[in-house]
Design a protein around this ligand. Structure first.
Ligand SMILES: Nc1ncnc2c1ncn2[C@@H]1O[C@H](COP(=O)(O)OP(=O)(O)OP(=O)(O)O)[C@@H](O)[C@H]1O
Ligand SMILES: [Mg+2]
Length: 253
């Protein structure tokens, strides 16, 4: 399989709705079925995706940023040497396992500070992403970040909600905020931990296109409970539903 352009999928939504689980299920599917290379980006300071994919976090984009700022002290000009150093440090922060690479973003940046470093890092992450067929970004809960800390543009913005009004409201709000602040080509909703007979009611509450819905899946919970690597998960309905979803979203026909 060959995708001409990198598919950058970002998952956003209310806390606890299943963003990390769905991100990990997507990575699992892409590694099993696409032959492509995948960069998984954990944009949640709690680094849940790292645990789900069996990575330990040593160095984050934020720790690199802090180190460089410390080194620059009050210097405001970012020299070519500093740019080179950032590039090198970023590559050091990327962990690789066969077709999968992993990068953790770390803690949120301080708003308004060190803009040049932040935008440089975003540019570097964007450039790094272009080396992969697929990029999956697991966002932190809420509406603030929507990729502000990671990169300017994504190809697929995916809102995740559970079967609650609150979950749908947050998905809708993020969608509206994103319309003004994020560049994306496609947008849609994944409903998680819902029953078939709830879908029509939930769909009627939002204008977002429903990409797929995932039922309650004991295996997901069990893997999480035991801290097991989701890449080992197989033969479960939710994995298959995500496979179908990815087929329509990102695989060329
Ligand atoms: N379809 C599912 N069936 C059963 N359990 C699920 C399902 N999806 C997620 N879970 C469980 O729900 C909990 C929250 O999921 P997850 O961590 O993926 O949510 P999140 O949106 O990433 O949360 P946070 O906002 O805290 O990062 C986890 O314990 C996970 O195992
Ligand atoms: Mg999470």
């Amino acid at each position: 399989m060959n995708v001409n352009k990198t598919a950058v999928i970002s998952l956003c939504g209310k806390g606890g709705v299943g963003k990390t689980s769905i991100a990990a299920l997507m990575v699992n599917n892409l590694l099993r079925h696409s032959n492509g290379t995948v960069l998984a980006i954990d944009a949640d300071p709690a680094v849940g995706l790292a645990t789900s994919l069996g990575f330990s976090v040593y160095k984050t984009v934020d720790s690199i940023r802090t180190e460089i700022i410390e080194q620059l002290k009050h210097e405001t000009i970012v020299t070519a040497a500093v740019q080179e150093q950032l590039d090198y440090e970023l590559l050091q922060a990327v962990q690789e396992r066969k077709n999968l690479a992993f990068l953790a973003i770390g803690r949120p940046e301080k708003e308004g500070c060190y803009c040049s470093i932040n935008s440089l890092l975003k540019d570097l992450i964007t450039r790094l992403s272009q080396n992969f067929d697929f990029v999956i970004i697991d966002g932190e809960a809420g509406i603030e970040q929507v990729n502000r800390r990671v990169m300017e543009a994504v190809t697929h913005l995916i809102l995740v909600s559970d079967g609650s009004q609150k979950g749908i409201n947050v998905a809708d709000t993020i969608s509206k905020v994103a319309q003004q602040s994020v560049k994306y080509n496609h947008k849609g909703l994944i409903l998680n931990r819902v029953n078939r007979d709830e879908i029509t009611t939930l769909e009627a509450k939002t204008n977002l296109d429903l990409l797929t819905w995932i039922p309650e899946d004991k295996k997901i919970r069990q893997f999480d409970l035991e801290g097991k690597n989701i890449l080992e998960l197989q033969d479960t309905r939710s994995l298959n539903l995500i496979k179908n979803c990815l087929e329509t979203l990102v695989y060329p026909s």
